[in-house]
Design a protein around this ligand. Structure first.
Ligand code: PHE
Length: 337
């Protein structure tokens, strides 16, 4: 085996390496037990004595050069360890978790209430917060001289004649009934606005859920049954209900509905003002004048309607004593729900 030929091969062979396998093959070819280097070394005893020393040195130099070049190639194939983790972090350390948010407690209560009514067959719809005077008042049999139409009790939009921020969700009754024929059963959650001074139980904006059902032969007992199922679903099976006569222009007869106090169970405490009862909503049988306004024949159709304040229900359910807490965006408060 000729040293010069082997030396000449090394460079061209190395240039052709493209894979780990090529590298292994070359290692065997040159450095293997029967490889070229071994053959060269094996030929030393057959050389004249005076040549053996220098020949051996050259073979050794070639071997070292090969080892170096192969090691270099090897490096270029192995994973770039430092790039994956350039020593800047400990891959075994627990990650920094991104905190997940959740729905606002008011949204949660709205969803829960809507779910109870959709199980009973009600559809969920929404209406605009900017309403006409007609939908908010006139269509609901609220006469021109009614105090709730006063600017002290309703936000009117200054530059738009007869537009206002709805003061209750009841205008949705007018909207739905104008566009649909009975039978219908609908709940309408949404924001309402009243120019009230802010305190622990009043805000200028809060949420209501309106509900109404219209068909032939709907009676007051249907309203009672629906509301009782609702109250038991949200406050628990032990809850008691009471219907007190009341007045709303758009229902006749009208009632206010109380539940037995969830703090003292009716015995009387500071939450219920020692009465044992808590008012949770207004309701009644839809007034014939409302039906006439939307073109329903009140001799054929009857129906009931109810409206509840979402914040009030949430405050009762969770024992919260200040309505402002809901809208201060204090995460220490909101995280509890
Ligand atoms: N809209 C009434 C209110 O805001 C509540 C209500 C709705 C009463 C439907 C009766 C029927 O006070």
């Amino acid at each position: 085996m000729d040293l010069k030929t082997v030396q000449a091969q090394v460079d061209s062979d190395l240039a052709r390496i493209v894979s780990q396998q090529d590298l292994e093959d070359l290692r065997v070819k040159y450095l293997g037990r029967k490889g070229l280097i071994a053959q060269l070394t094996g030929s030393i005893p057959g050389l004249p004595v005076e040549q053996r020393g220098s020949f051996g040195k050259e073979v050794n130099a070639l071997k070292n050069k090969l080892l170096g070049l192969l090691a270099e190639k090897e490096k270029s194939f192995s994973l770039p360890q430092e790039d994956l983790n350039p020593g800047r972090f400990d891959m075994g350390m627990p990650g920094i978790a991104q905190e997940l948010g959740h729905r606002h407690p008011i949204t949660q209560i709205i969803d829960e209430i809507c779910r109870i009514f959709t199980r009973m067959g009600f559809a969920v719809v929404s209406g605009p917060e900017v309403e006409t005077e007609h939908n908010n008042f006139t269509g609901l049999n609220i006469p021109l001289e009614h105090p709730s139409r006063d600017a002290f009790d309703t936000f009117y939009l200054k530059d738009y004649n007869k537009l206002l921020l709805r003061s209750h969700t009841s205008p949705a009754q007018v909207r739905v009934m104008q566009t649909q024929k009975p039978p219908l059963a609908v709940v309408v959650p949404g924001r309402v606005y009243r120019p009230d001074a802010v305190d622990a139980s009043h805000l200028f904006m809060f949420h209501q859920i309106e509900g109404f059902l219209v068909d032939e032969h709907i009676r007051f007992c249907d309203l009672k049954g629906v509301l009782e199922l609702f109250a038991r679903s949200i406050f628990g099976p032990e809850i008691k209900m009471r219907f007190r006569p009341h007045f709303f222009p758009f229902t006749e007869p009208s009632v206010e509905v109380d539940i037995s106090c969830i703090m003292c169970r009716g015995k009387g405490c500071s939450v219920c003002g020692r009465k044992g009862w808590l008012e949770i909503l207004g309701a009644g049988m839809i007034h014939p004048n409302v039906f006439i306004q939307v073109g329903y024949d009140p001799k054929i159709y009857t129906g009931f309607a109810f409206g509840m304040g979402v914040e009030r229900i949430a405050m009762l359910k969770y024992g919260i004593n200040d309505i402002r807490l809901f809208f201060e965006n204090d995460l220490r408060f909101l995280k509890q729900f």
